[in-house]
Design a protein around this ligand. Structure first.
Ligand SMILES: Nc1ncnc2c1ncn2[C@@H]1O[C@H](COP(=O)(O)OP(=O)(O)OP(=O)(O)O)[C@@H](O)[C@H]1O
Length: 608
């Protein structure tokens, strides 16, 4: 175990650097030309697979169009070369841009139609490649292939046998850029989107744009790979980009692990050094790829990287690495101060909604002010969650209006409502898988201090500043809710009460103008309830508008400045807690207490 501890003490990037250096310098380290060629083809395949991992593994969109984008990159480079533009940098830039355009143009209709449409359109795109090339046969050589390419050059010098180093450098650079993306807030947003588009929308993410981005960004490495492939043999033909290749890319992605950067490398390496090397294999290619798909997708569910991560966690546990830190000794009711928030008035007027013949809300109105906690209570099925879902833009209203800070939002898509400053928690905690507690909380800041994609790719100062703020703010709120010691734990592994608290923390870091808390207290122990109350008061004192849906009547009475009571979709009472706890209809319909009986005098004790 001591050896493992020593190995784990070395930062992860050192291993990545050593691996990258070994790949870059392989021929100098004695790799023979035949194996160097295989490694070159593995790098090219890894680039294509990494693009699929971005759209499938991270953004959760099954799209097989990488083969077509690879073809677009290859033919762009080939045609440029024929015209005498042999500079590899020019070819790579052009191939990346053309592949990106193919991704955007084919992604928009596929994603607009929703459901499986992108998978289908991208599938047809692959089938169309040979026909498109045949139509432009005069230029592309049609089914005979494109010949007559000139050897690639770099700044006017012929590259010759050093071309391997160009392929390795492009591959390493792309993987660095891709890693920068997936560990950033955009990467967490992709993973959130894959697991729960509802959650992504509630954080202000436009699902359509983000999915398109994942698919289109995945086109870039495919385009680069195409240009590199075209210059490998100076000849390309349509069959290299067909259905068999698309299946190989999918199999490599699933076998390696599609939600992982390293998965692309592992999957591509196995594919290239395994079956692809054998000439006898061509006949059985699809059968073997199918086998890989079953092993990666069904038996391993998450690919080989899951096995590696599992083994690493097991060794870590045995070596006592990453043991959860000590809980802070901060008192649960210690004061929490949040920066000033510019709260917004929430005005809901005559809102109605029915699901078929079930009328969930009937002309319900609600007014919540900044700097106050407004509670929304009512029996099960009275329409509380429906009201929250409508305020968030998840459901559209049959009638009535919703205004946030004076802006009518009842027709807004949910991500636009979130951008108006409305944050929420969910009745069943909604937390992406495989992210740490710190990452899950910091994800709430997606709409604050925007960091552009380019800044993220290149780790520009604006990205670093945003990332620093994300971590600092998430740590501060985690400390306030007594969860700082859990920051590196996998968020979904926490018990229910803590997952609910995490959702509140995620909403708080967004510095929301309006925050909607949906039954957050259930599953919490006494200390957590005290921390929760302290945090909600801090939010209110900072100036946020807090709308609390809660069944714990004692908590409601202690926190709320005003209470709105729903029953069968209608508001039956509204007012300060002192009035509501004595209201006859609230006593009978919500608490089931006889308003004229002796228990009515001691509601708080009874609801404890
Ligand atoms: N998506 C939906 N489709 C069909 N019916 C729905 C939907 N959402 C809510 N309803 C119905 O609307 C009514 C109000 O449900 P809602 O979940 O808003 O109540 P609630 O007050 O939040 O209840 P609880 O306290 O149990 O969460 C219920 O009859 C419910 O079955």
């Amino acid at each position: 175990m001591q050896i493992w501890r020593t190995l784990r003490a070395v930062p992860g990037w050192v291993y990545a650097l050593v691996f990258a250096a070994a790949v870059m310098l392989a021929p100098m380290l004695g790799l023979d030309p035949a194996d160097t060629r295989q490694l070159q083809l593995a790098c090219i395949l890894a680039l294509v697979v990494s693009g699929l991992n971005l759209s499938l593994g991270y953004a959760g969109e099954l799209a097989l169009g990488q083969a077509a984008m690879y073809a677009a990159g290859a033919y762009t480079a080939g045609l440029l070369s024929q015209e005498g533009h042999t500079d590899i940098i020019v070819q790579l830039v052009a191939a990346g841009v053309v592949a990106l355009l193919v991704g955007v143009v084919t992604g928009i209709p596929g994603l607009r139609l929703g459901s499986w449409s992108l998978a289908m359109t991208s599938f047809f795109l692959i089938l169309l490649v040979p026909d498109i090339l045949a139509v432009f046969g005069g230029k592309t050589g049609g089914r005979n292939g494109l010949a007559g390419m000139e050897p690639p050059t770099l700044f006017g010098q012929e590259i010759g046998t050093d071309f391997y180093y160009i392929v390795a450098a492009v591959t390493v650079l792309w993987f660095v850029v891709m890693r920068n993306l997936v560990v950033s807030r955009h990467g967490i947003a992709f993973r959130t989107l894959k697991q729960s588009p509802v959650l992504a929308r509630s954080q202000g993410v436009s699902v359509f744009r983000m999915k398109l981005l994942g698919y289109a960004l995945g086109a870039i490495p495919a385009g680069l790979a195409g240009a590199l492939f075209a210059n490998t043999d100076l000849f390309i033909a349509p069959e290299a980009f067909g259905f068999t290749f698309a299946t190989a890319v999918l199999a490599a992605s699933i076998l390696g692990g599609s939600a992982s950067i390293y998965g692309a490398v592992i999957g591509a390496a196995i594919m290239q050094f395994g079956p692809n090397q054998s000439t006898a294999f061509q006949e059985y290619a699809l059968v073997v790829y199918g086998g890989f798909l079953i092993v990666g997708g069904v038996l391993l569910s998450g690919g080989l990287t899951t096995l590696i991560t599992g083994a690493r966690r097991w060794l870590d546990r045995r070596a006592g690495i990453g043991v959860v830190g000590e809980p802070s000794n901060r008192e649960p009711d210690a004061a929490v101060t949040l920066e000033k928030i510019d709260g917004a008035v929430l005005d809901v007027a005559d809102l109605s909604k029915s699901f078929g013949c079930n009328q969930a809300l009937r002309s319900a109105s609600l007014h919540a002010e900044p700097g106050r906690v407004t509670a929304l209570i009512g029996p099960n099925g009275s329409g509380k969650t429906t009201m929250l879902n409508m305020i968030c833009g998840f459901y559209t209203a049959d009638a009535g209006t919703i205004a946030v800070g004076g802006t009518q939002t009842q027709r807004f898509a949910s991500h636009r409502v979130a951008r108006e400053g409305v944050a929420r928690t969910f009745q069943t905690p909604n937390i992406p898988e495989n992210v740490t507690v710190l990452e899950a909380v910091a994800a709430g800041r997606y709409m604050t201090d925007r960091a552009s994609m380019l800044a993220t790719f290149l780790r520009l100062p604006s990205y670093r500043r945003t990332a620093r703020n994300d971590v600092a703010e998430a740590e501060r709120v985690l400390e306030a809710v007594g969860m700082a010691h859990l920051r590196d734990e996998i968020a979904t592994s926490l018990p229910l009460g803590m997952r609910r608290m995490l959702e509140v923390a995620r909403a708080v870091v967004a510095r929301p103008r309006v925050v909607l808390l949906d039954e957050i207290a259930s599953g919490m122990d006494e200390n957590e309830l005290v921390r929760l109350s302290t945090l909600i008061r801090a939010l209110r004192d900072a100036g946020a508008t807090v709308l609390l849906v809660e069944h714990n009547f004692r908590l409601v009475l202690s926190l709320a400045d005003s209470i709105v009571v729903l029953a069968q979709g209608q508001v039956i009472a509204e007012g300060p807690p002192e009035e509501i706890e004595k209201h006859p209809r609230v006593l009978s319909e919500y608490l089931g207490i006889d308003p004229d009986g002796p228990e009515a005098a001691d509601v708080e004790r009874l609801t404890r």
